[in-house]
Design a protein. Structure first.
Length: 278
């Protein structure tokens, strides 16, 4: 058993912010003037807590853009990792702060971290910030980044029922049938009982017959006669129209970021809108 501290508490009792410095405090609270004074007086901007939290993590998680700017300008490590493997960019995406995300990217933050942990795109999907999702995709975020707990960003967005994020991911070319232990986004949609989400995934080519590691289809996770059950039953009995099948096939052929290719096709604007799900 670990020895107690001087005041009788144990290290594990102190939680996330053990040994945080005045720089951490100012960054978290958005006290930019105090932070500037601390930096000018020589305070270290890369001091870490026992959880490897830097002041830049603290500012990013709270969406404190002015503090993020000050820390970066003072030499804060843009891709520092905490004990969970998260970078300040991950934390900025978790806060949904598009301003912090832009600042971090401008200082060279990696959009695709090398470890098998939740990526910035996963965090943006968890927070439901479609603006952050769109920006990350624009700068090259891996749509199929796989986290061992959450699966792909699409799995996360569906599990959290962030339909705007789901639409952005699918339109950018995310694999609608990507599997996490054979569980697809449609399984998530069925579990959260979201009919709009089910319809969107099917329209983008979601496989209603896909089976997870328990051998269950999405419809197996719905209550009989419920709206999600009726929706899935309809799709099981009614094939997609030829126009929808053609759209799904063409979108699959164009691959990731296919919208850019579709926009250049020499076809009527109405067809481009249809292929773009507008």
């Amino acid at each position: 058993m670990e020895p107690p501290l001087a005041d009788g508490r144990f290290l594990g009792d102190l939680g996330f912010w053990v040994e945080r410095t005045p720089v951490h405090e100012a960054a978290q609270r958005g006290e930019s003037l105090q932070l500037q004074q601390l930096i000018e007086s020589g305070a270290c901007v890369n001091q870490v807590t026992v959880d490897s939290i830097t002041p830049l993590h603290a500012a990013s998680l709270q969406g404190q853009a002015q503090c993020v700017q000050l820390l970066l300008a003072a030499g804060a490590q843009v891709d520092a990792r905490n004990i969970d493997g998260s970078t300040p960019l991950c934390d900025a995406c978790a806060s949904g702060s598009i301003e912090c995300v832009k600042l971090l990217l401008s200082y060279g933050a990696k959009v695709n971290p090398p470890l098998y942990t939740a990526s910035p795109l996963h965090e943006a999907c968890m927070s439901g910030s479609s603006e952050c999702v769109r920006l990350l995709i624009d700068v090259g975020a891996n749509l199929e980044a796989h986290d061992c707990h959450f699966g792909t960003p699409l799995h996360v967005a569906c599990a959290r029922e962030h339909l705007d994020c789901v639409k952005v991911l699918l339109n950018a070319g995310a694999n609608v049938n990507a599997a996490k232990l054979h569980e697809t986004a449609l399984h998530h949609a069925a579990k959260v009982k979201n009919v709009d989400l089910i319809q969107m995934l099917v329209e983008f080519g979601g496989n209603i017959y896909a089976r997870d590691n328990r051998g269950k289809k999405p419809s197996d996770y719905t209550w009989s006669s419920s709206a999600p059950a009726k929706c899935l039953e309809y799709y099981e009995k009614t094939p997609l129209t030829l126009s929808q099948l053609c759209r799904v096939s063409l979108r699959r052929a164009t691959g990731v970021r296919g919208l850019e290719k579709i926009a250049k096709l020499d076809i009527p604007p109405r067809l481009i809108d249809y292929l773009s799900y507008n």
